[in-house]
Design a protein around this ligand. Structure first.
Ligand SMILES: *[C@@H]1O[C@H](CO)[C@@H](O)[C@H](O)[C@H]1NC(C)=O
Ligand SMILES: *[C@@H]1O[C@H](CO)[C@@H](O)[C@H](O)[C@H]1NC(C)=O
Length: 333
């Protein structure tokens, strides 16, 4: 009983109570029933190591090449752009989603795609409801992996948001980088957006436009890649403009306008109304890769860490001291 109590304390310390600390290393991988709040991203201040948050993902096609950016929303659900992922919908065998935050304790942080859910009213190459929910066969592992919350704030002109990307959709501008990059953009009104495009583009009620950075090298516009405001997912790169001419606005799907679709899809999947693909019944190779050795090691090492954490809780001032140690360096696998 003593052990399970201290285990709870450890989870509490690592998972909930230290957003102001140097970083967040979770005590275990995400499993199918991990509640979203327990792994919710608490902002850049809480990141550990060189990553933008454990929720930033890349979607790879069956050949292992970059397909789209994505955001980790729930253990088996990833949010991306429908226009981006649509061409891959019939060739999902071997298509995967990969985390971008990796620690030395992770043996893998990749999961296979099961199915993709598109909004009923989405039309390929149109902007309306340009969002898709990718369902995974199993959660993405990794001690840094976490979820991002959906937007709760209405995006308004002049707001500054942060975008992420690799540069795969703007090869004319510069070579894509192996690691994701970030950049900031400014929201503009739909009126200004329409003026910039003229008649070339029919904007939709689920879109939001941004002013791109003047320098095309700072422009990030990979399909499905996330746009965040503070700690929330507020947009995904939609379809239309690219980075060659940054005088054209960037088009994003406004997450707050499509949140209902995301939540309804999530509920339908949980309730079993949306079936898994028949392929998912076979044991995936990724799952078989899991080494039992690593699994055995974890509780042993954690027990030592628990003792430290328990001692710390008696004196809150000591806790501050322990968080000054780089959690990524000091983590035991
Ligand atoms: C990009 O990320 C780095 C590191 O997290 C941060 O210091 C910087 O402010 C970010 N830039 C923008 C534009 O958000
Ligand atoms: C970008 O597009 C605008 C508007 O059509 C045009 O005036 C400008 O010359 C273009 N710039 C480049 C570098 O192509």
């Amino acid at each position: 009983m003593g052990l399970s109590k201290s285990w709870l304390w450890l989870c509490f310390l690592l998972g909930v109570w230290t957003p102001q600390g140097n970083g967040k290393v979770y005590p275990r991988d995400i499993y199918r029933r991990t509640p979203k709040f327990r792994r919710a991203w608490t902002g850049v201040e809480a990141n550990t190591g060189k990553n933008f948050g454990g929720w930033l993902l890349r979607i790879l096609n069956s050949n292992g090449n970059f397909a789209c950016g994505g955001a980790y929303y729930a253990p088996l659900l990833v949010i991306t752009s429908a226009n981006c992922i649509y061409p891959y919908r019939n060739s999902l065998e071997g298509a995967t989603v990969e985390g971008t935050a990796v620690s030395k304790c992770d043996s893998e942080n990749i999961a296979e795609i099961d199915t993709i859910q598109f909004p009923e009213r989405f039309i390929y190459r149109k902007l309306y409801m340009d969002v898709a929910v990718v369902r995974l066969k199993e959660p993405i592992k990794g001690r840094l992996t976490e979820f991002i919350r959906l937007c709760t704030i209405k995006l308004q002109p002049t707001m500054r948001t942060v975008v992420f990307g690799w540069g795969f959709d703007s090869l004319e501008v510069q070579k894509p980088s192996p690691d994701p990059r970030n950049s900031s953009v400014t929201i503009i009104s739909l009126k200004e957006c329409r003026q910039k495009f003229g008649k070339k583009l029919a904007l939709s009620s689920t879109s939001v436009c941004v002013r791109q950075p003047k320098n095309p090298r700072n422009c990030l516009y990979d399909g499905g890649s996330p746009m965040i405001y503070k700690r929330e997912l507020c947009g995904v790169v939609s379809f239309g403009s690219q980075c060659q001419n940054t005088s054209y606005p960037g088009m994003f799907t406004n997450i707050i306008r499509v949140a209902r679709f995301i939540k309804e899809t999530e509920e339908s999947i949980e309730a079993g109304y949306i079936f898994r693909s028949p392929r998912a019944k076979n044991k995936s190779p990724a799952r078989m890769l899991r080494a039992p050795k690593v699994k055995k090691k974890v509780p042993v090492k954690i027990r030592t860490a628990t003792t430290i954490a328990v001692i710390d809780t008696t004196k809150p001032t000591n806790v501050v001291k322990t968080t000054t140690i780089d959690p990524l360096e000091s983590m035991v696998c």
